[in-house]
Design a protein around this ligand. Structure first.
Ligand code: FES
Length: 600
């Protein structure tokens, strides 16, 4: 089903309502008392006006749950009951007793000279404050429909997405004591919002919001620790201490050290340096997730403001101290023990960076091919050579991320479905490393390039046999040439299972016909956010779109989007239960009659 925020909507609601006074004469009191309830046309919705127990009340006539006309319900002892799913409300205030149904907007009323007057707009003094407060309540109560309705209300009230993200993120870091995947999804989706149509942006933010709320359900809240009170600690000392506490797995020590760095005024770059140094002390920690989480925390603070660093960054420290690194993983030690060669290469990095200083190097595509090699030593040698020739760390990471994307673009579908996640872990790690190195290209963080290269090397079995990239002729032969048709075909294709190669061909065809890319990026995102997609699928889309922008119209850009399309197709369709909730919220916002669906 296609849903559009702007189609058939009532006029835009202002942030502040007009003065609250009963202003519209609607019905003689005597008539209302005789009938019990009448429905009148409000400014943008039907209003049910009641005379009950000697009082006059007015509420939106659409049940906030799924829109059933409330005048068809019943009222006893001041309690209004909807006759669809039997939610109950206080008739005077509209507040719900059954929280899953949400509160009903209520209107001021007045009786003058035997006539009932009803306010033109409901009571909320400020839509923005109302929706932000309800969003927090919807997250506490874990009710997705309320979250979705509040997101629509906030977006329609033209609240900046970053303000909305700030509310959700600060809820997430205060209602749970660690960094959960929902915060990563929220940040990834927020990063994409500027590229998306209004409808896809809403679905993306909804995915992030509901994941954060789910992560917090039944969780202990954040423990508040204080910074150290020493006044003369240098950042160098704090960095050394954070790495030490991380290696000995002492969370409280790590947290007080990091809070002290924030307290003494460390800049965003200095804080990132502290964190990424500690993260990369363990190669490819937590199958790459830890570096990705740290990068996402920095990106989140870029969005919502680094003044929230003391609230956000400590959430990382549980994972930071617990994560297992490659040195503890059997796959990194057998059949080839990668650790001795990695440690030697790490030790050489400062000299290699010095050797390349002042030189220019532009051979990323060739380096990517070398990184896909069959043996670890030549791969490390190619990286050494590039550094000596003047390669910047960020260039190495860009080449590395492309090599990791090729593992997915050429993923052999005879592998097990769960193997896609192995390739995904490497790609999202490499993307995070690329973003992080743009922030702080420190020698410690450059070690992450070596670690990522070893992960790409270990994933080589996923390309046995390698899937073929769409050949020029095959991608362009037959079929539609129309851009919109191709995008629709892509979404339709993902209504079926395992359309991996067909999805790759459609994307290749679209790009080789030189159609505009932004609508395709919106379609790829839409394909992910309409599903009950797991964390990894949403990560894949964001990382793929960011890496696409590094190469754009070059063949590498096409290969990266093919990787995204293949991954999406391998994980679609799902039940789309979350899409149903998001669509219900939209249809309620438009005033559509859900209760009439299916009636001939
Ligand atoms: S309870 Fe009213 S529509 Fe469901």
């Amino acid at each position: 089903m296609t849903i559009w925020l702007d189609a058939q909507l009532p006029p835009k609601e202002p942030l502040m309502n007009p003065p609250l006074r009963a202003s519209v004469p609607v019905v003689p009191l005597a008539d209302l008392q005789r009938q019990g309830v009448v429905v009148v046309r409000g400014a943008d919705r039907p209003i049910a006006v009641y005379a009950h127990n000697g009082r006059v009340s007015a509420v939106d006539n659409r049940c906030p749950h799924l829109g059933f006309p409330l005048h068809r319900g019943s009222v006893h002892d001041g309690i209004l009951t909807c006759h669809w799913h039997h939610a109950r409300f206080d008739l005077c205030s509209g507040c719900a007793f059954d929280l899953w149904a949400d509160d009903i907007p209520a209107y001021d009323v007045e009786v003058r000279d035997g006539m009932v007057y009803v306010a033109a707009r409901p009571r909320q003094a400020s839509l923005k404050e109302h929706y932000l407060a309800r969003l927090r309540e919807g997250m506490v109560q874990g009710i997705s429909l309320i979250q979705a309705k509040c997101l629509i209300g906030l977006l329609k009230a033209e609240v900046e997405p970053r303000e909305l993200v700030r509310t959700v993120a600060l809820f997430g870091v205060s209602h749970r004591d660690d960094w959960a995947s929902g915060l990563t999804i929220l940040t990834a989706m927020a990063n994409l919002v500027p590229l998306l149509t209004e409808e896809t942006a809403y679905l993306a933010l909804y995915q992030g919001t509901r994941r954060v709320a789910n992560d917090c359900a039944e969780q202990p809240p954040r423990r508040e620790l204080r910074p150290l009170e020493s006044g003369d600690l240098t950042l160098l000392t704090l960095k050394r201490w954070l790495r030490y506490w991380t290696m000995v797995r002492h969370r409280d020590g790590a947290e007080r050290t990091l809070l002290t760095a924030i307290h003494v005024g460390a800049s965003p770059v200095e804080l990132a340096d502290l964190l990424f140094s500690a993260v990369t002390d363990r190669p490819y920690a937590d199958t790459g997730h830890l570096l990705d989480f740290c990068n996402k925390a920095c990106e989140l603070l870029d969005l919502i403001g680094w003044e929230h660093a003391a609230a956000v960054l400590p959430a990382l420290l549980g994972e930071l101290v617990q994560a297992r690194g490659g040195e503890e993983m059997d796959s990194w030690r057998h059949p080839v023990d990668l650790m001795p060669v990695l440690r030697q290469a790490e030790a050489e990095l400062p000299d290699l960076l010095r050797a390349g200083a002042g030189k220019e190097w532009h051979d990323e595509a060739a380096l990517s091919q070398a990184l896909l090699g069959e043996e670890p030593l030549p791969i490390l040698a190619a990286l050494r050579e590039a550094l000596c020739a003047g390669a910047q760390p960020v260039q190495l990471a860009r080449a590395l991320a492309y090599a990791a994307a090729l593992r997915i673009a050429r993923f052999g579908t005879v592998n097990e479905l769960s193997d896609w996640i192995t390739a995904l872990h490497t790609f999202t790690y490499c993307n995070a490393l690329h973003q992080a190195l743009q922030r702080i290209p420190s020698p410690e963080l450059v070690r992450g390039v070596l670690h990522g290269a070893m992960s790409v090397y270990m994933d080589r079995f996923l390309n046995i046999p390698p899937a073929r990239l769409p050949a020029d002729g095959a991608a362009l032969a037959g079929g539609s040439q129309d851009a919109e048709t191709l995008r629709t075909q892509f979404l339709d294709l993902l209504d079926q299972r395992q359309q991996v190669d067909a999805a790759a061909r459609l994307v290749a065809r679209y790009l080789r016909l030189a159609h505009p890319v932004p609508p395709l990026l919106d379609t790829l995102t839409r394909a992910a956010v309409r599903e009950d997609a797991d964390f990894h699928t949403l990560q894949m889309v964001e990382a793929g779109i960011r890496q696409y922008h590094e190469w754009q119209h070059r063949p590498e850009g096409e290969h990266i989007l093919i990787a995204v399309a293949r991954f999406l197709a391998a994980h679609s369709p799902t039940q789309r239960a979350q899409l149903q909730t998001a669509e219900i919220a939209l249809r309620l916002h438009r005033g559509e009659s859900l209760y009439e669906d299916g009636i001939d």
